[in-house]
Design a protein around this ligand. Sequence first.
Ligand SMILES: Cc1cc2nc3c(=O)[nH]c(=O)nc-3n(C[C@H](O)[C@H](O)[C@H](O)COP(=O)(O)OP(=O)(O)OC[C@H]3O[C@@H](n4cnc5c(N)ncnc54)[C@H](O)[C@@H]3O)c2cc1C
Length: 457
Amino acid sequence: MPLPVFIVGGGISGLATAFYLKERGIRSTLVEESARLGGLILTDKVAGCELEGGPDSFIAIKPAVAQLAGELGIAHKLIGSNDSARQIFIVRNGALVPMPQGMQMMVPTKWRAALESNLFSPETKHAFLRERFSKPRQRSGDFSIRELVVDHFGEESLEYLTEPLLSGVYGGNASALSARSVLPRFVEWEEQFGSLIRGAQKSTPARKPGGGSFFQSFAGGMGTLVEALSDAIADSCTFLQAKVDFVNRDGMNAWNVGANGQTFAASHVVLACAAHQSARLIAQADPTLSALLGAIQYSSSTLVTLLFEQDQFTHALNGFGFLVPQPERHAIAAATWINTKFPSRVAPGKVALRAFLVDPEATQYDSLGDTQLVELVCKDLKRFMGFAVEPSYSRVYRWPCSMPQYVVGHAKHCSQIASQLEQNPGLHLVSNYLDGVGIPDCVRIASVTASKINVLS
Ligand SMILES: Cc1cc2nc3c(=O)[nH]c(=O)nc-3n(C[C@H](O)[C@H](O)[C@H](O)COP(=O)(O)OP(=O)(O)OC[C@H]3O[C@@H](n4cnc5c(N)ncnc54)[C@H](O)[C@@H]3O)c2cc1C
């Protein structure tokens, strides 16, 4: 009898790993601390609305989730964002200013829109015009997003475009984040064309072949994917609700997984949880690998979902939502207008909003109770959107240390992790802290990892 494969963590990474193992005829045991599967993916259904407490969608250009949906038989449940209304606003001097058409992040590709926008000062507009003449540049080593953006477009572009756009994914500290790991396409443009504007104009925009929406999700919410995966692996995967305390080596080719006061023998262990959680589990088995994992920084986020009665709501919701640059920020960093981004998720007569706090505010306000936090969030929403009504429903989701930071030197750090991992046959790392932070990355990494696991029968 071969020793079983253990997966630690029942988020998308762990569930997808179990699914791809099943596809290869390999049974597994999945250990999840929480009574609920899905990890950061959590869809609540309230008053006929689908409210996402974590991710609400994934970018369509990365194919792994759509492929998985096909394999699960739920491709017909894929839905696209309502891109005909895809306008994002950015707070400038307290008001919502539309992000100009044609921006590829901080890079303008439509001159008129960028030069006429109220978002930028004349200095930044001059920087756009000058940037076209930048010479190709090869930088040695890694460098920060701040360096890249300020060199090309100046501080204002960093503060009012790049950082707010990054904040929903990383928390937005452009001085710390790696240009090579987070914005590799832009670094390639700098090397090839000099000018990022010319690079963006010469490259095809990051869209799905054949068009389609920029974001995809599922009818019924992201929870649909979790349910489909859980159902699909029910006959090949044993669920164990327990907190894993340690993962220790047992000789050269076996592992011991400690959970619930018991020790389980395993041939392979897949750590499908955050780097800091994995670091703790293997502290004894491999202190070097543990230290490398523990050094990966994370930031926290807090998400608040709110429902309002539409007949009392005065804002037009004429876009996907807005971003709040740091100099304009009180508490929230962004808000999504669900009625416009995913209209099918909101019941008639309701207005559904999501508001985000990221660090430093997520940590700063974490000691507030839910009621106070909702009050703070509503104050911001009212201030920026100009409505006066109170929500009929709200829920706070706190996600401490949930967003891995790909800081300067990330790629080098990852190769150190990869070579140290080679010293641990049978140990595998999946999740979003090595090679892509989104759900499609988690699914791709799970699929590749499962394909490398061989269990003698
Ligand atoms: C607020 C927010 C919004 C996001 N929005 C998007 C988005 O719109 N699109 C997108 O593509 N990505 C988004 N992301 C990123 C995406 O959610 C993650 O990349 C992905 O969900 C990570 O999944 P995972 O399975 O690797 O980790 P997780 O979902 O964190 O799952 C890890 C699981 O491991 C369990 N666990 C940890 N330690 C142990 C232990 N010792 N024993 C047992 N179980 C343990 C945890 O309980 C958890 O369930 C968002 C992230 C956040 C925080």
